[in-house]
Each structure stands twice: as C-alpha cells, then as structure tokens.
Design a protein around this ligand. Structure first.
Ligand SMILES: Cc1ncc(COP(=O)(O)O)c(C=O)c1O
Length: 381
C-alpha cells in the first residue's frame, strides 16, 4: 500500500499510482520482460527478484493498483478470471465443502459442478439472494468457503455481502466475492466483510477487450492467502508482462469508463422497461428489481454497466433481435468500451438458470441515444 492515501482513488488511478522510473524519469512504466535475474556475488538475491514465474515487476504494479482500489492487504494478478477463481478453489483441501450461488458466471459454475469433485471438493449450489438459504446450506466444520458473485451473471441478482460474511465467519468459513461486474469503484467487498475479492480483470479493469486477466485481493495475508500465492506460483498462473502493462494502462481510465457505462445502463434499463416488445428488464438500478434496496445500500456511484432484457416472443424473437442490431456487437464478454449483446442461453447450455428469451447487454461508453435507437429498431424488426 502506498503512503499517498490522501489523494482520491481516481486521482491515483489516473496516474497508475504516480510512480516514476528512477533512471529515465519516464511517466509510463516500463515492461519488465526478463524471466530471470542475476544473483549477487555472495549468492544472495537482494533485488527480491529470482524468476519470472513467481513474480514480475510489471505485474507488481498492476497488483499495487488493484490492491489500493479494493483497500486490501495484498493482491495477485493471474492469467485469467478463471485462473484467479481456480487458485482460490485449489487452495482448499480435499473434503472441504463449498457453498456457491446457482446464478453465477457459467464457466465457473460448470467447473464447480463437474471438475471440483476431482479435487475432493463438495459443492452446494444455493439461491444466494437468500441469506437463510446460504445459512441452511452451511455444514458446520466442513464448509470452508462461501462464494458469491454480485451482481450475478446474467440475471444481475444482488447478494448481501455483510450478512453472508457474518454467517460464513460464524461457521468458520471464508467469503470470496466475484466483484467483476460491480468493479472496485461500485462495491468494496472487503470493507463489507469479505475475505477475498476476485475480478475477471479481462472485463472492466482492463476495459478494452484486448487482455485476458484475473485478480485476487485479500483482507489479510493469512495462511490461506499464502497457499493461494503458492498455487499461482507453482501452477504457473501469473499474467504475462505485456498483458500486465496493458492492464495498467486500461485501469487509468477505469473511473471514466465505469461512470459512462453505469449512466448508459441506467438510461437504457429505464427506457426499455417501458418498451412494448420487452417483457422484463433485469437491472439492480431499477425500483422493480427484487434487491434494489440492497443494491442501493451495497453499491455506491452506480449499479453497473450490465443489464438483461427478456424479449416478448421467446427465444426465437430474442435471437432475431440480436441478429438485427447494427451498432451493438453480437459477442460474448463484457466490460469493454464497446457495447455487446448476447443471447446468453445459447452459450450457457444445459443446466443454465438463464431464460431462453434473455439478451444480455454490456453497455459501453457510446452515445446512449445511438444505443437505444439501434436496439429499438432491432426489437421492432
Ligand atoms: C463474472 C465473471 N467472473 C469470471 C469470469 C471469467 O473471466 P475470464 O474470462 O477472464 O477467465 C467472467 C468471464 O466472463 C465473468 O463474467
């Protein structure tokens, strides 16, 4: 953590913490590509650097920024959001029980449903919007981790981090929150009681759809965190230096991008809620959202850039709308400056809680009138 905490986070973010290369006085940090480092003549490694798989100076800068954004004790940057999540699960022990949400990023849900058992993990899926359902799924002495994603993909349910952190801790479990869609600017899971926060840095943190990356931040550097650090090192999960450089560059504009995406999402959600061809809009910023009051408490400065529309006419109508847009891009992923639309059930497949008439929208930073008009025309066919 830096000593310059009196500057606002967005000020420090815009300047990538304001660090200067001491030799060249370069404002833009160099990319450290070396995989190995020279030992001192007396056999020591006084620089703190030994090899590129455990750590890298460009990665360390990205970590420092993310750590400061989440007000954490330490951060790790990894090769993808999935590798960040799996580093946490791989740090558990065989026989450990995990409570996870029914609505969450589909690829991680699939891993938990099909692969986790091969690591000896026992996973219960619950309605994580219900604190009592999470409580009922906990097994005293066995449950070691509760996983949350809020707002959750692709229904944008909001889970109560404060209440579930308390519950997890009472039972001796840790809470990890996938806060990808909230971003560190809208929700601070560690301040709300979570032990670890995870980001698919591929999304808002990088923001330009050109880097696959993941991040973890801990509230304290306990033995579990040390194990996660070992998993990253020994499984070779560190992010490459070029990608870390791009991530640092992307994060400089995080504040501007997230504000623009939130404003666009709220405006589109409000207008499409009145649209004659839309059956339902799912967005935590709408008063009609079942967890709107919780979202108001838990999220500051906006409700995120993600929303979903349920199209009247069912699956075929939804796919046809996605086929007709001209400005929105028909693509998976989210959190970039360009707006994306996706018929989500097509990608999630069997076992998905995603309704077949749902279109997931990732709002970028374009003009909101253009975004509305393009989708309105596509809906009307
Ligand atoms: C909420 C969420 N978590 C995790 C991931 C996984 O991230 P990555 O694709 O970088 O592995 C994604 C990817 O879409 C996501 O949306």
């Amino acid at each position: 953590m830096s000593n310059d905490q009196h500057w606002a986070k967005r000020t420090r973010l815009a300047q990538a913490l304001g660090r200067m290369d001491e030799i060249t006085r370069a404002l833009v940090p160099p990319i450290h590509v070396t995989t190995t480092f020279e030992r001192d003549a007396d056999n020591a490694y006084r620089s703190g650097n030994i090899y590129g798989r455990p750590d890298n100076e460009t990665v360390r800068l990205a970590q420092s920024i993310i750590c400061e954004l989440e007000s954490g004790a330490d951060a790790l940057v990894l090769g993808s959001g999935m590798s960040a999540a799996l580093a946490v699960f791989h740090a558990l022990a065989p026989g450990d029980h995990v409570v996870a949400p029914k609505v969450m990023y589909w690829s991680l849900r699939n891993w938990l449903a099909t692969e986790a058992i091969h690591w000896g993990l026992d996973v219960s899926f619950v309605d994580a919007t219900s604190v009592s359902a999470v409580g009922a799924a906990m097994r005293p002495g066995k449950t070691k981790l509760v996983w949350l994603e809020t707002p959750s993909n692709p229904l944008w349910e909001v889970c109560d981090i404060v209440a579930i952190a308390k519950l997890a801790h009472q039972q001796g479990a840790r809470l990890c929150v996938d806060s990808t869609c909230a971003t560190p600017l809208l929700t601070q899971p560690l301040a709300l009681g979570a032990d670890i926060v995870m980001h698919a840095a591929t999304k808002y943190l990088n923001g330009h759809s050109d880097v696959i990356a993941g991040a973890l931040v801990c509230a304290k550097q306990d033995e579990f965190w040390v194990r996660i650090t070992r998993v990253r090192r020994e499984h070779g999960m560190i992010l490459g230096p070029f990608e870390a450089y791009l991530l640092v560059r992307g994060m400089r504009t995080l504040d501007l991008r997230v504000k623009a995406a939130c404003a666009n999402a709220l405006e589109l959600a409000t207008r499409f809620e009145q649209h004659p061809l839309v059956a339902q809009v799912l967005y935590p910023g709408l008063a009609s959202h079942p967890q709107h009051a919780l979202a108001q408490r838990q999220m500051q400065g906006g409700f995120g850039g993600m929303l979903s529309l349920r199209v009247k006419g069912g699956e075929a109508a939804a796919i046809a709308v996605a086929a007709r847009v001209k400005l929105w891009k028909r693509a998976t992923s989210l959190g970039g400056v360009e707006s994306l639309i996706e018929h989500r059930a097509s990608i999630e497949g069997a076992g998905s809680p995603c309704p077949p008439d749902l279109l997931r929208l990732s709002c970028g930073v374009e003009d909101v009138e253009d975004l509305y008009r393009d989708l309105d025309v596509a809906l009307r066919g």
